[in-house]
Design a protein. Structure first.
Length: 572
């Protein structure tokens, strides 16, 4: 039987269903006191976004780029020093103080253990980037893997020569892509796969030489969803020269008109069974899951996970042969991990922060190759197993109470107000944007924009319309973002520069100069995503159909939404 509870945070009712009870009993944790959406926002508030700062390595003193602001009070090391043998996280271990809240003690440990300024691993010439693995010649890239010559991209995997493309796999010579795989020489494409020599696509598959198209399959030489001969396509496409910014705006406007007048399926779900959610691929038995990829099974309330994640709830950014995660943010090749962020090849962890090849930890930060530790202090197996029940009892008897009066006992993720990042620096603000006043009212922290020493030398209104009229002198200009001075909540940097490789790419691809800074362009792409935590019960909008479904497309959006059967009948 379902049990109704009231969320501590938003005060809305939420249900705990029978399968939830079974999961909580299996892993021996109490029932949650936050609703699923507030739990997700809380985890996202612990995930850094795209903010980068200039700093100095606390160990070697060299200038570095860091994901932590200089006044954050955190000790940041460059990657060489952090991965080196010159320090040991266990040296910061401390005895548990039963007179103080666990979360207070854990946060103090987070503040003193050295942190890697940017999580780069095996990269070459990847400046102003974070979270990249085995990448080369990249700039402003985040969480990219084995990619080359990329600029302003997030989660680009096995890709090269791409700009402003997010959540892409095997992309080559692309611009402004989102959620697309196996794409070549394509611009402005969203949730489309296996497409070549195209532009302005949504939910297209195996299309070549298509421009301004929605829901097409295995098509060639189409413009605005209409077929052309090769000769007529070549002639008509000249009218849409994307080297002109005016033409890009004109094409965007017409593309959005077609997008809204063309019915779309209630959910982007492919090769999956018994699933509910949005943007799900090759998954099974998943409920309320969003952006899952390849082998996610038996999961609930999962976001941005993939590669064989199994038997988990409330997990974000994890997978790669992992199982039994609960209230986690990040983790690969791990199991039985609860209430933590970033585990690597580890198991049986509770309350942890970025640990490697560890087991049986409670409240530990940045340990490597350790087991049976509490607050980074080493114990014997017998001492550890005796202490943990006492600490859990103490967490319940002496909970952390935040400034909004919310209680954090054992079983809760970290309090939002103790995040290492302000809300406007986190993924929380990316998907659940708030203004400063709203964030503070809800108990989040906020960081004011740092003072920047720059002088705007070019306004976007003064940029040449066509890329052919852009001279190399543009590389010396400090360009004002088009959102400058407007009510923008997209971590706008207010100004931006055109880099030499970027200019070369735009000329090669015949694309006009951008008018927005990279952060604003990234957030504009996300407008094509639906809600990432909530599903609405809706009816098919095809006249005469009464089918019902759950969808992440809220009723107040303009899309025409079809059930699976009506969509397939019309478009497949």
């Amino acid at each position: 039987m379902d049990t109704k509870k009231v969320c501590q945070s938003c005060k809305n009712d939420f249900l705990i269903e029978p399968e939830d009870f079974r999961f909580y009993e299996k892993i021996h944790v109490p029932l949650p006191t936050f609703c699923p959406e507030c739990r997700l926002i809380r985890r996202l508030a612990y995930r850094e976004s795209r903010n980068l700062y200039k700093d100095k390595c606390e160990k070697c003193g060299k200038d570095i780029i860091s994901i932590f602001a200089e006044d954050s009070g955190l000790k940041a090391y460059c990657s060489s020093c952090w991965w080196g043998d010159g320090w040991e996280a266990a040296d910061y271990g401390r005895k548990y103080d039963f007179s103080r809240s666990f979360f207070e003690q854990f946060h103090e440990l987070q503040k003193i253990v050295p942190r890697e300024a940017t999580g780069q691993k095996n990269v070459e010439n990847c400046q102003y980037s974070n979270g990249d693995v085995q990448c080369k010649n990249c700039m402003l890239t985040f969480d990219c893997v084995e990619s080359i010559n990329c600029y302003s991209c997030q989660v680009a995997i096995f890709s090269k020569d791409i700009i402003d493309s997010d959540s892409v796999l095997n992309a080559d010579h692309t611009y402004e892509l989102l959620g697309s795989n196996n794409i070549y020489n394509t611009k402005f494409a969203y949730f489309s796969n296996d497409c070549i020599d195209s532009a302005f696509l949504f939910n297209c598959l195996s299309c070549t030489r298509c421009f301004g198209c929605v829901n097409l399959r295995n098509k060639k030489n189409y413009i605005w969803n209409k077929p052309y001969t090769k000769e007529n396509y070549d002639k008509e496409i000249l009218k849409w020269d994307l080297g002109s910014y005016k033409n890009i705006l004109r094409a965007k406007e017409k593309f959005m008109e077609l997008y809204y007048e063309t019915p779309r399926r209630f959910a982007l779900i492919k090769n999956s069974t018994e699933v509910t959610g949005e943007d799900i691929l090759n998954s099974k038995n998943c409920k309320n899951c969003f952006f899952t990829r390849n082998g996610v099974e038996n999961c609930k309330y999962v976001f941005a996970c993939g590669l064989l994640l199994k038997d988990s709830m409330d997990a974000t950014f994890g997978g790669d042969r992992s199982e039994i995660f609960y209230e986690t943010s990040g983790g690969i090749q791990s199991n039985h991990c609860f209430f933590g962020r970033a585990s690597y090849s580890s198991h049986h962890l509770q309350y942890y922060d970025r640990v490697f090849n560890c087991s049986n930890l409670f409240g530990c930060v940045h340990l490597r190759n350790k087991q049976y530790c509490i607050l980074n202090k080493q114990y014997t197996k017998e001492e550890y197993e005796k202490l943990i029940p006492k600490i859990i009892k103490q967490m319940n008897d002496l909970p952390y109470i935040d400034k909004k009066g919310r209680e954090y006992k054992y079983g809760e993720f970290f309090p939002s107000e103790l995040s290492l990042w302000a809300y406007n620096e986190s993924w929380g603000n990316k998907y659940f944007p708030l203004k400063k006043e709203e964030a503070l009212v809800r108990g989040f922290n906020w960081r004011e924009d740092p003072e920047r020493d720059y002088r705007i030398t070019k306004k976007t209104a003064d940029l040449p319309d066509h890329i052919k009229d852009v001279f190399d002198s543009i590389l010396d200009e400090t360009i004002e973002c088009e959102h400058f001075g407007k009510d923008c909540n997209q971590s706008c940097t207010k100004v931006f520069k055109i880099l030499p490789n970027e200019l070369k790419f735009l000329r090669q691809m015949n694309l006009a100069l951008p008018r927005l800074c990279p952060n604003c362009r990234h957030c504009e792409r996300l407008n094509f995503t639906n809600n990432i935590s909530k599903l609405w019960k809706r009816k098919c909008m095809k006249p005469g159909c009464s089918n019902e479904f759950e969808t992440a497309i809220s009723p107040d959006r303009k899309e025409i939404v079809y059930c699976k059967e009506c969509y397939q009948a019309e478009f497949i």
